[in-house]
Write a protein that binds this ligand. Structure first.
Ligand code: GAP
Length: 434
């Protein structure tokens, strides 16, 4: 199976089994938009939950917020997005496909990759979506959908200082939707118009930036690997001087080895004191921090680890997808699997047996363990259907269950089965998840 075949099989599995659907499909679709189905939603919620737990709940130095998608347009003037959030757009003179010139350059192409046609001169194009607030649609009512979650963190910097009196170093984290008018055709959920980011702005003293940068790089790599992304498929790429924003002394991309090349999975940037200074200048508000020991006031510098939910979902699915003799197995880490268990009554027509199975199923749901129910077809087929969506444990309720209150529990990866007591099912699953 080539990388491209694997990618295509994952995309097809996502659609067929209810992980991700193309956006507005019944209307012929809407380019670069997708809707997460019931199983995909479970996976992305688990990714976000893990991120929030490790970077907010377990970190006394990080404060979580949930900022708005819309904000005063001055935010984007101050951040530089109105002026600088632009990409060079080129169009093929023959087939009229549009591309980002910087992406073509990265791939070493100077003609249309589709038809070899000549490309137009680049035109700069702003990536923010505009909308209007109020009943008039004139320039005074323009607002923007946020193109990154980062700015509402900077805008709330002084609120966090006043409410929590944190000591530097400390971070503010948020996960939420961001929107970009992407012009290139995406590769499934890798590049979409609407996506979720998980971002942290970590405020530091200037002299500590190198140490902090290194420790965030380690934390980001660990996050990806703990979700099941293999080390060989990750690399760190330094931004070139041309790519890097003028205010940043160092930016790296953590890239993933896709079949279409090494592509950005996450970004880590040292943004110096640029953002707080800009917001201070444009808002007229003092955004400095007063060192409680020395009384010295200064504008903190910031390290920004930025991670995408959709891109994480995609690489986690690619890494988990395996074909094993006659079955497809999605070897997701159990904590990321949509269903943690599936319950199968061996037969459908024995009331006592089905009743027992139903009780086990409802008890698992009551315990907060998301569980599937399947009573159709032969057991082998039911196992394969669960393997394909990554369910780690399948429980079969059979005639012996009626005699001794035991069930078979089958492991997704080894296919080994053992008999356990009904009373032990919940702790077996909880312990394995932990
Ligand atoms: N605040 C910094 C920032 O937004 P970025 O590198 O433009 O940096 C950060 O974006 C992360 O957001 C990326 O590494 C990626 O995971 C995700 N991301 C960015 N654009 C995306 C898109 N169009 N579709 C899906 N994910 C995207």
């Amino acid at each position: 199976m080539t990388g491209q075949e694997k990618f295509e099989r994952v995309v097809s599995l996502c659609k067929r089994r209810g992980f991700v659907f193309p956006g507005s499909e019944i209307y012929g679709g809407f380019a670069n938009t997708f809707d997460y189905g019931p199983l995909g939603t479970e996976v992305i919620n688990s990714i976000k939950r893990d991120w929030w737990k490790r970077f907010v709940v377990q970190r006394p130095d990080v404060y979580g917020i949930d900022g708005g998608i819309l904000s005063n347009p001055k935010v984007w003037k101050a951040s530089g997005h109105i002026e600088n959030f632009t990409d060079p757009l080129v169009e093929c003179k023959k087939c009229h496909k549009r591309y980002r010139k910087d992406f073509l350059e990265q791939d070493g192409k100077d003609v249309c990759p589709e038809c070899g046609g000549e490309l137009t001169e680049p035109k700069m194009f702003n990536g923010m979506f505009k909308t209007f607030v109020g009943s008039t649609e004139d320039t005074s009512s323009i607002a923007y959908l946020r193109p990154e979650t980062a700015q509402s963190i900077f805008v709330n910097f002084s609120n966090i200082l006043h409410s929590f009196s944190p000591r530097i170093p400390f971070g503010i984290a948020q996960s939420g939707k961001a929107f970009r008018n992407e012009i290139t055709a995406g590769s499934f959920v890798h590049r979409t118009l609407e996506f979720e980011q998980m971002e942290i702005e970590y405020f530091i003293k200037e002299q500590d930036w190198k140490k902090s940068f290194e420790s965030w790089l380690v934390a980001m790599m660990k996050f990806a690997q703990d979700l099941g992304v293999s080390k060989e498929n990750l690399r760190v790429r330094e931004h070139t001087d041309k790519e890097r924003s003028h205010y940043s002394k160092r930016t790296v991309d953590i890239e993933y080895n896709h079949y279409f090349g090494w592509k950005e999975l996450y970004g880590l940037a040292y943004r110096a004191d640029y953002d707080l200074k800009q917001h201070s200048k444009y808002s007229g508000k003092d955004l400095s921090y007063k060192d409680p020991d020395t009384g010295v006031e200064f504008i903190p510098h910031v390290i920004e680890p930025s991670m995408g939910v959709g891109r994480t979902f995609l690489v986690v699915m690619l890494e988990a997808y395996t074909e094993d003799k006659d079955r497809v197995v999605l070897k997701l880490k159990p904590f990321l699997a949509p269903y943690k268990a599936a319950v199968f009554p061996l037969v459908r027509n024995k009331e006592e047996l089905v009743g027992k199975a139903r009780k086990i199923f409802m008890d698992l749901l009551d315990a907060g363990i998301y569980t599937a129910w399947d009573d159709r077809g032969n057991i082998g087929k039911r196992y394969y259907a669960q393997d394909e969506i990554g369910t780690p444990w399948c429980l079969t309720i059979d005639y012996q269950t009626l005699e001794d209150d035991t069930v078979t529990i089958r492991d997704r990866d080894t296919t080994k089965q053992e008999r356990i007591k009904i009373s032990e099912i919940e702790s077996y699953i909880q312990n394995s998840l932990d």
